[in-house]
Design a protein around this ligand. Structure first.
Ligand code: CP
Length: 339
């Protein structure tokens, strides 16, 4: 029906949002992750890790274009369940799913029925009954994501579980390193700070070892898990020794929310001995690059001059987070029923 006011035709009334067509820009890589879930880096082969990095590289280019949306997850439903705070991971999984054309729902733990006594498994089973294709889960308990994966029909992605693993963080870190150094094999990566409570450290150690890097953990004894050497890492207990010859200096946050008791005498003392400033960075190679998974505590584990300086890759890591999460969603979805 044509609406007119006087002699002027009016534009048609729009009901709801405009449904823009999704561009069908298929990545060249046909890599398929042949696992149903991504629960950790542990269990992935070097070829699978490289396949995800190559796919992520393609999405970096797509994300820099004006038109970023593709159609490969059109019709798929992705639910993000975050039971722990997040900025980077939750936002990038949401953007990644939307850019691939999926219907994305964010479930807030603070307003879920778990506050009325429902268990994690019952909450997840309830969502499962709505037939999502992919569930992205962050939880404060190590192993919680694996437990859910064993009960649900859909694909489950670990967005960080306790002190266990944060696989997409390690993948985005690897993509960032590879883009800046041209390789991972043979590099010396120093991972510094709160290794004991860090799922990021665990996932990175497994990934970097799988791709042939040399990994050194650098921390006070109180923040090192006993027997860490068995993960195939060198151990240093001061920053001068730990950063000597490093190509990459990866700083970790002091994870005070996971600490029971006192692991460091004081924040100022911690920064004095373990915080990365320009003086300590000079112990590493002159072309060393600085990374941090975020969120950063400036003046605790890293000085602002270094965090914002020319050797810092911290903002690039965030950009790679969207690309690598698109790669993981794409590679898992190619294995979904009716894909
Ligand atoms: N690196 C990381 O996991 O950051 P968020 O906690 O903000 O997701």
């Amino acid at each position: 029906m044509m609406w007119v006011a006087g002699n002027l035709p009016l534009p048609p009334v729009l009901h709801g949002p405009i449904d823009l067509p999704l561009m069908n820009i298929a990545p060249k890589s046909s890599f398929v992750l042949s696992h149903r879930h991504l629960l950790g880096i542990e269990g992935l082969s070097a070829a699978e890790i490289t396949g995800l990095l190559d796919l992520g590289e393609e999405f970096v280019s797509l994300n820099r274009q004006v038109e970023k949306k593709t159609a490969s997850l059109r019709g798929r439903t992705q639910i993000n369940m975050f039971f722990e705070n997040s900025t980077r991971t939750q936002a990038s999984f949401e953007l990644a799913g939307k850019r691939l054309g999926a219907d994305v729902m964010n479930m807030s733990a603070s307003s879920s029925s778990m506050n009325k006594g429902e268990t994690l498994v019952d909450t997840a089973m309830t969502l499962n009954a709505m037939h999502p294709d992919i569930l992205v889960v962050r939880h404060h308990a190590s192993g919680a994501v694996e437990l859910l994966a064993s009960k649900l029909d859909c694909s489950v992605i670990n967005a960080g579980d306790g002190t266990h693993e944060h696989p997409t963080q390690a993948l985005l870190d690897a993509l960032t390193i590879r883009r800046n150094k041209g390789r991972i094999e043979g590099l010396l990566v120093a991972i510094c700070g709160d290794i004991l409570h860090s799922r990021v450290a665990r996932s990175n150690i497994i990934l970097l070892n799988a791709l042939g890097a040399r990994v050194r953990v650098v921390a006070p004894t109180t923040l090192l898990p006993s027997g860490i050497e068995r993960m195939g890492v060198e151990v240093a207990r001061d920053m001068r020794e730990g950063l000597n010859g490093a190509d990459i200096v990866m700083m970790l946050r002091l994870q005070r929310e996971r600490m029971n008791g006192s692991f460091v005498p004081s924040v100022s003392e911690y920064f004095h001995y373990w915080g990365l400033d320009e003086k300590k960075l000079a112990y590493a190679k002159p072309d060393a690059l600085v990374m941090h998974p975020g969120p950063m505590n400036r003046g605790v584990e890293i000085d602002s001059i270094v965090a914002d300086g020319a050797q810092s890759l911290i903002r690039e890591q965030v950009e790679m987070g969207v690309a690598i999460r698109m790669a993981v969603l794409e590679a898992l979805s190619r294995n979904l029923p009716n894909a």
